[in-house]
Design a protein around this ligand. Structure first.
Ligand code: COA
Length: 260
């Protein structure tokens, strides 16, 4: 399927989606949000896709935020709808059931940082910059930033970044637990490729179970979280991959997961 604001490229079981508005530093307008939502829904349904890499076109920006020019004239009701579309996209990504890696090569600001935080991994170039600068526009984050930043990095970092609107570099983002790894810009692709290949070769039922248990469990009482874990654990026993993984261990060989 052809998109106007995105590119999509498959290599084996890894689908790479790139926001493709480099002249606007990949800012998220409504059309881009809608196309991303569709693209992720398709990735969820396509059994051949095991991992999604999300990035932006060009070296300068992952995504520099929601489209300020579009928002400028919004009424409160339009803003409410825009926020809900953005939040629904972030939930679609978070609940995809397949790992999503944000490849952050440059600016990840505002909606760009919110997009990165909805992914399951963030691999950043040492040139990446993060921030929630909405306060500088008389705004607040509207695509889940106040909530995901709070959960990922704690209240102190969430208040600092949202209230000051300041940009932080990748090293500070790493120290706050906002990114998984920071690598030199030249090593970004090989790092993302190695991680995506590793995840794509894993047993998908187990991967989906971990995503479900960690993400749903993080939002509820421990008894309910433990129940999610038990259900996901038990479901793995319905897969051939689980029989293969345990058998391979007993036979002292590497498992060959087939994805069912
Ligand atoms: N929305 C709409 N357009 C954006 C944008 C955004 N969030 N971020 C950048 N752009 C556009 C600029 O308007 C400019 O377009 P133009 O060439 O048609 O004038 C183009 O992208 C390049 O950006 P520019 O500001 O010239 O690049 P820069 O290198 O001087 O600065 C940034 C880079 C990221 C620091 C700066 O673009 C910026 O502050 N962007 C907004 C970040 C933000 O507040 N995001 C949260 C939005 S809620």
């Amino acid at each position: 399927m052809a998109y106007r604001t995105l590119t999509s490229h498959d290599e084996g079981a890894v689908r790479t989606l790139a926001v493709n508005r480099p002249d606007k530093l990949n800012a998220l307008d409504l059309e881009t949000l809608n196309e991303l939502t569709l693209a992720f829904a398709q990735a969820a349904q396509d059994e051949a896709v095991r991992v999604v890499v999300l990035t932006g076109t060009g070296e300068k920006a992952f995504v520099a935020g929601a489209d300020i020019a579009q928002m400028h004239d919004y009424t409160p009701l339009q803003a409410q709808s825009f926020s809900r579309v953005g939040q629904a996209l972030m939930l679609t990504i978070e609940r995809l059931g397949k790992p999503v890696i944000a490849r952050v090569q440059g600016y990840a600001l505002g909606g760009g940082m919110e997009l990165a935080m909805a992914c399951h991994f963030r691999i950043a170039s040492d040139k990446a910059k993060f921030g929630q600068p909405e306060v500088n526009l008389g705004l607040i984050p509207g695509f889940g930033g106040t909530q995901r930043l709070l959960r990922l990095a704690g209240r102190s970092a969430a208040l600092e970044l949202c209230l000051t609107g300041r940009q932080i570099d990748a090293t500070r983002a790493l120290s706050l637990g906002l990114v998984n790894e920071v690598v030199e810009a030249e090593r970004l692709d090989e790092t993302v490729n190695a991680l995506s290949a590793h995840l794509a070769a894993s047993a998908p039922r187990a991967v989906a179970g971990i995503l479900d248990a960690v993400l749903a469990g993080g939002e509820c009482a421990i008894e309910q979280g433990l129940d999610y874990e038990t259900q996901a654990f038990a479901l793995c026993f319905s897969s051939e991959d689980m029989r293969e993984g345990t058998k391979a261990f007993l036979e002292r060989r590497k498992p060959q997961f087939k994805g069912h």
